[in-house]
Design a protein around this ligand. Structure first.
Ligand SMILES: [Cu+2]
Length: 347
């Protein structure tokens, strides 16, 4: 409630690049910037010369400085309403100074309501060291990496050896590359040679694939369903999970879960996107192991958010080791608010 406070106490089980945001009046509260990074350091510190969180967000702001609308039915039925002003940590195309030869960790966080970013660092070696907050066992070279809302990417690189040099970090849209930000080397060198480190992997339970239960989740769109609320206002429901659009809820009226899982058991979720739009599908409370896709070769990795391209089928596995009710939704906020939302129960 306004003016109230609440103290959370918890022990973070995993190190990584995480973020936080409210789940109330989300379009407006996230849209106006109630989002932040939560960095959990590795238990044994990994040394970087520079460690830079980079929050990617477009702002819904008009020329006169007022807020523009965060949604429209037409856009919610498609890829959402992007804000007009791109930013990295609230700045346009910022420049970060780093020492020549420095080992740099860039922590990208897509905290936008709807915009996809496709990160690229052309003509300069850089490595992905963690995806969506989860370190990968061996760094892999960054070519292009697409991030839907809610997704994160940790990139490591060694800055140019000479002072005054630039590394341009780009956002690819189709075949075109747009400036996102850049690094510039300062005068003072390190006098040391750096190497790209591997991060220690997080303690994620290994799925028991041989005994896993498979559950199908089909994401579809259904523009014809526009129920009306008690005041006669249209309540748009465009998106469905297994043919059901989220009904909305209150404390004394919680609809049925989309699935009920048995505590301790392994599940394989088959996530099928039957729409012509991308959906970053996010499950609270668990870390998925991504197994395969019908559209690309997957080297299994851990994540809490899977970006499903149009007509893509992705299989993810996890151990249902966390009892409770866990939100399960698309992280495009306008999709979440118009049906693509539910929860699973684990007991
Ligand atoms: Cu979506």
């Amino acid at each position: 409630a306004p003016g109230a406070d609440f103290e959370y106490r918890f022990t973070p089980p995993d190190a990584g690049t995480i973020w936080y945001h409210p789940h109330v009046n989300s379009l407006v509260q996230l849209g106006k910037g109630l989002v932040g990074a939560l960095i959990v350091d590795e238990a044994e510190p990994i040394r970087f010369d520079a460690d830079i969180p980079l929050l990617l967000k477009n702002w819904h702001i008009r020329e006169d400085g007022s807020f523009a609308p965060f949604t429209s039915p037409r856009a919610a039925f498609r890829m959402g309403t992007p804000g007009a002003w791109e930013s990295v940590n609230g700045e346009q195309n910022p420049v970060h100074n780093v020492a020549p030869g420095a080992l740099v960790r860039l922590r990208f966080l897509n905290v936008d309501n709807t915009v996809m970013y496709k990160l690229a660092i052309p003509d300069y070696p850089a490595w992905i060291i963690a995806i969506d907050g989860n370190p990968i066992a061996q760094p892999i070279p960054l070519t292009e990496h697409e991030m839907g809302p809610g997704m994160r990417l940790d990139v490591a690189l060694i800055a140019p050896e000479k002072p005054g040099q630039n590394v341009a970090i780009k956002n690819a849209k189709g075949r075109l590359l747009f400036d996102l930000m850049s690094l510039q080397t300062t005068a003072a060198g390190l006098g040391a040679t750096r190497h790209i480190p591997s991060l220690p992997v997080n303690p994620i339970p290994t799925p028991d694939l041989a005994n896993a239960e498979k559950l199908n989740f089909v994401f579809e769109w259904e523009g014809a369903i526009t129920p009306t609320d008690p005041e006669g206002k249209p309540k748009h429901a465009f998106w469905t999970i297994n043919r059901r659009a989220w009904e909305g809820m209150s404390a004394d009226n919680i609809p049925e879960p989309v699935a009920t899982l048995t505590l301790g058991k392994t599940y394989i979720f088959r996530l099928r996107n039957m729409t012509p739009h991308s959906h970053p599908i996010h499950l609270h409370g668990f870390t998925w192991t991504v197994l395969r896709s019908n559209q690309k070769t997957i080297e299994p990795y851990h994540t809490d958010t899977v970006l499903l391209e149009k007509n893509e089928l992705v299989e993810v596995a996890f151990v249902a080791d966390n009892p409770g009710r866990w939100m399960y939704h698309c992280h495009v906020i306008e999709h979440m608010k118009t049906g693509l939302m539910g929860y699973i129960t684990v007991r």
